[in-house]
Ligand binder design. Structure first.
Ligand code: MN
Length: 520
């Protein structure tokens, strides 16, 4: 069996999924979940791109010790390597990742260099990176639409300069499995130093082939796959981590390959990424969709059968799927609470654990299930009590067949209790307008979504709001059996994040003049 390295880029390429907004603390929690999952390489960001990306890479490098941590740098910008290394240097196993566009389309459009100049650029960039760390990954952007001989030439130059990993990117999601196989075979024959590096694949899902293409590369000798949790990413997304890992677990004999990913943490990681990014899953999504393991219990042969149905080759339990979904049973033990806190990206010490469990038990007295969003609130309080300026203290709304729905709100602002009332076109509108008035700001409500977290008549409603203000977009979430109350809590959560994000605006994002380079 060959060991295939799983290179996760949920925090970088995944975050480019349209409308995805993650704060530094949220990214850090996902990084902790990825560490539990035991991915091999965790790409934390692009430190030269913004202050925020620098911060997350630095924090992951310091506090996520069990996996290799990677950071990006543009081949064309020597300063990028210094900034990336500054963020990365504290890591147990730091990896610098640099890239150049290789297809004629990308090269002429973005770089305007001929192949000789590109070979030189690749070698120079890798040498620069290798001056900081021996673990250098070099990516060829849009390599599946490039001349295979040119791909081989640039790869050879990168290996000669010290790259240990050569990553082939199907940046636009255009390739087919057969083309991937052909390119890998070509490289094996044409790159003299092929055996001195590990070859890797990075696929996009524009034709629905990202996972198939990644597995074709594994079959053709790739030793590493780039992927994201739930397959999130630009446009149609990236190759889905869970699908690749489960395919290699279920069909390991066929592929003669395996990964070190811990299957039992797959569903928890998927749930966390789904909730924090707001990228919902189609029900028929393989492995982690809500229908992925359902079968019709009315089929007569199944209704009478004693054993499990014959369709399944892997049990949802092995993947850590939990019948209660995004909630923890009120009867959960201290151990189960601790486990869930860790799954949510809050590994607690003994003191934090006991305090958190006490607060969980108080919440659990009122209900059968405690939603993850509520757990986050109490864990967040414990971990960072200063995260939010606003706190909802009280809400009363009158609505129904009355003339004008109205809301009375008590809100704590910077530790001071304020009270106000207002009207609206419905209970949610009345509550939102009153809160906007009290915090004296009126962001645009871009999205408002309610969904049921649990089943039954006492179902908990989860509300997700997306707010936009002065070019900054955030997402607020909350859960309650009362959807109006959940809506107000979600709004307050969103307002707190807006304050947080606007307090930490990126210092600079790349512009054309700065020499923006298309990523993989
Ligand atoms: Mn990509």
């Amino acid at each position: 069996m060959r060991s295939i390295l799983v290179f996760d880029t949920t925090l970088h390429d995944g975050e480019k999924a349209p409308g995805t907004i993650l704060t530094v603390p949220e990214k850090f929690r996902i990084a902790k979940a990825l560490e539990r999952l035991r991915v091999d390489v965790l790409e934390a960001g692009f430190p030269a791109a913004s202050e925020e990306q620098f911060q997350i890479v630095e924090r992951v490098a310091r506090e996520v010790r069990e996996v290799r941590v990677a950071a990006l740098a543009r081949a064309t910008h020597p300063k990028d390597f210094e900034v990336a290394w500054e963020a990365l240097r504290a890591a147990e196993q730091p990896r610098l990742h640099t890239f150049v566009p290789i297809s004629p389309y990308y090269r002429s459009h973005f770089l305007n260099k001929d192949i000789d100049a590109l070979v030189e650029l690749a070698g120079a960039a890798v040498s620069l990176a290798a001056g900081h760390t021996s673990d250098v990954e070099f990516s060829l952007v849009d390599a599946l639409r490039a001349d295979p001989d040119e791909v081989a030439r640039v790869a050879e130059a990168a290996i000669q300069a010290g790259a240990r990993t050569i990553n082939i990117a199907d940046t636009v999601g255009y390739a087919t499995p057969r083309e991937i196989t052909a390119l890998f075979e070509h490289l094996q024959n044409r790159v003299a130093s092929f055996d001195k590096a590990l070859f890797s694949i990075h696929c996009h899902n524009d034709l629905g082939l990202a996972v198939a293409n990644s597995l074709a590369a594994v079959g053709a000798g790739a030793g590493q796959v780039h992927c994201t949790v739930n397959g999130i990413g630009e446009r149609a997304g990236n190759a889905a981590l869970e699908e690749i890992v489960v395919a290699l677990a279920a069909r390991g004999t066929h592929y003669q390959a395996e990964t070190g990913v811990q299957l039992k943490h797959i569903c928890p990681a998927s749930r966390l990424v789904r909730r924090l990014t707001g990228n919902t899953l189609q029900p028929n999504k393989p492995v982690v969709g809500s229908n992925a393991f359902l079968f019709d219990p009315l089929v007569p042969q199944l209704a009478d059968a004693v054993g499990p149905p014959p369709y399944r080759f892997i049990e949802p339990k092995e993947l850590g799927c939990d019948e209660d979904g995004d909630a923890l049973a009120a009867a959960a033990s201290l151990d189960q609470f601790s486990e869930r806190a860790a799954e949510l990206g809050y590994p607690l010490d003994q003191t934090g654990l006991e305090a958190g469990y006490q607060r969980f038990l108080e919440l659990a007295e009122e209900r059968e299930l405690v939603a993850d969003s509520d757990l986050e609130l109490l864990l967040n309080d414990h971990v960072d009590p200063n995260l939010g300026r606003y706190r909802l203290r009280y809400l009363n709304v009158s609505a129904g067949s009355i003339a004008v729905p109205n809301a009375t709100v008590q809100l704590e602002v910077d530790g001071v209790n304020l009270q106000d009332a207002g009207f609206g076109r419905g209970p949610v509108d009345a509550a939102f307008k009153t809160i906007f008035k009290m915090v004296n700001r009126s962001p645009k409500l871009v999205r408002y979504e309610v969904s049921a977290v649990t089943a039954g008549t006492e179902a908990q409603g989860e509300v997700c709001v997306r707010l936009e203000d002065q070019g900054c977009m955030v997402q607020g979430r909350a859960v309650d059996t009362d959807v109006v109350l959940a809506s107000a809590k979600a709004l307050v959560d969103g307002l707190n994040k807006l304050e947080y994000m606007q307090g930490r605006r990126p210092v600079s994002e790349f512009t054309d003049e700065d020499g923006w380079l298309p990523e993989l």
